[in-house]
Design a protein around this ligand. Structure first.
Ligand code: A3D
Length: 321
């Protein structure tokens, strides 16, 4: 069977890291696409030259022509600009919306059957716009944010308790921004929920709240340290987990920005919720019970995403139809 074709639209920090991880995991052949000529070709060649040493087989090519993504099975979109210190994700909206218009048209024309993972910020609005611009089925267009936000929380919890990250699971729901909602009762160490660990004296409620806030600020913490650009290793690893679940029909349960059709009382909005990703794309949206304070935080998060969607519709009125 031929290897799957994975198109990476945007060959910057995340795009290059994605290509490397996809090669190392032998998930498929990679096409790196970018508007800056030479960069995708240079990264593809450099990575291809690493393959004999690392011991993986994958065809890696670069292109600045959308025809290069023809027939891709998966498209991962990072095209656009990242934020700088002092900027919020929402400050990127106008410029990245124009980029989504071009990317949506390119995917529609050359890879209409692909499973599309959007990473470009502000995530919940960009993935919504990308689905509209591409006209692709909603269950085949998904946003990466929850896997990353949950991974940050898992890392912080594992460090706090000095236990393996493998034994920590966590769910961070809602929009990918300051209003994201970490769920204490669904954050567990070897199945023991966080509130029980507080009762057992492993930590305090105050400390849990600090860790939750650090998770919400996780992106900004890295932006402030790097000074130029934003996080890329963990975002790339998170998107690869989603692509792998689709390509191998693993049916993993992952928090992703999915287009809701009434679940959680939300319609026609992309928002972070647990989903099952398999060969049919988003195969199921899981509606978990939210306690009152979490439900209120979730609704605040949805309202923040609504504000971004309205801004998109003001810039491109056709999106309002
Ligand atoms: P960067 O290294 O700047 O790469 C972006 C690439 O997009 C550059 O190589 C650009 O040349 C390219 N590009 C710009 N316009 C176009 C276009 N019209 N068509 C094709 N390519 C284009 O950024 P990055 O890789 O660090 O981040 C990419 C995006 O991901 C940014 O919007 C970030 O804010 C976002 N991001 C999201 C998360 C989430 O968790 C959702 C995390 C980290 C970064």
């Amino acid at each position: 069977m031929a290897r799957p074709k994975i198109a990476l639209i945007g060959a910057g920090q995340i795009g290059g890291t994605l290509a490397h991880l996809i090669g190392l995991k032998e998930l498929g052949d990679v096409v790196l696409f970018d508007v800056v000529e030479g960069v995708p070709d240079g990264k593809a060649l450099d990575l291809a030259e690493s393959s004999p040493v690392s011991g993986f087989d994958a065809k890696l090519v670069g292109t600045s022509a959308y025809a290069g993504i023809k027939g891709a099975d998966v498209c991962i979109v990072t095209a656009g600009v990242p934020r700088k210190p002092g900027m919020s994700r929402d400050d990127l909206l106008e410029i990245n919306l124009k980029v989504m218009e071009q990317v949506g048209a390119g995917i529609k024309k050359y890879a209409p059957k692909a499973f599309v993972i959007c990473i470009t910020n502000p995530l919940d609005a960009m993935v919504w716009a990308l689905q509209k611009f591409s006209g692709m089925p909603r269950d085949m267009v998904v946003g990466m944010a929850g896997v990353l936000d949950s991974a940050r929380l898992r890392h912080f919890i594992a460090s706090e308790f000095d236990v393996s990250v493998e034994d920590v699971s966590a769910f961070v729901l809602g929009g990918h921004g300051d209003t994201m909602v970490p769920l204490a009762q669904y954050t567990t160490v070897a199945g023991i929920p966080l509130p029980d660990l507080v009762k057992m004296g492993w930590t305090t409620k105050k400390r849990v709240d600090e860790i939750f806030q650090r998770t919400r600020d996780g992106g900004a913490e890295i932006v402030n340290l790097l000074k130029t650009g934003s996080a890329f290793y963990a975002p790339a690893a998170s998107a690869v987990a989603m692509a792998e679940s689709y390509l191998k029909d693993k049916k993993r349960v992952l928090p992703c920005a999915a287009c809701l059709k009434g679940e959680y009382g939300v319609k026609d909005r992309y928002i972070g919720v647990p989903v099952v990703i398999g060969a049919k794309g988003i195969e199921r949206i899981i509606e978990v019970n939210l306690a009152k304070p979490e439900r209120q935080m979730f609704e605040k998060s949805v309202a923040a995403v609504d504000g971004l969607i309205e801004a998109c519709q003001r810039i491109v009125p056709a999106l309002g139809k």
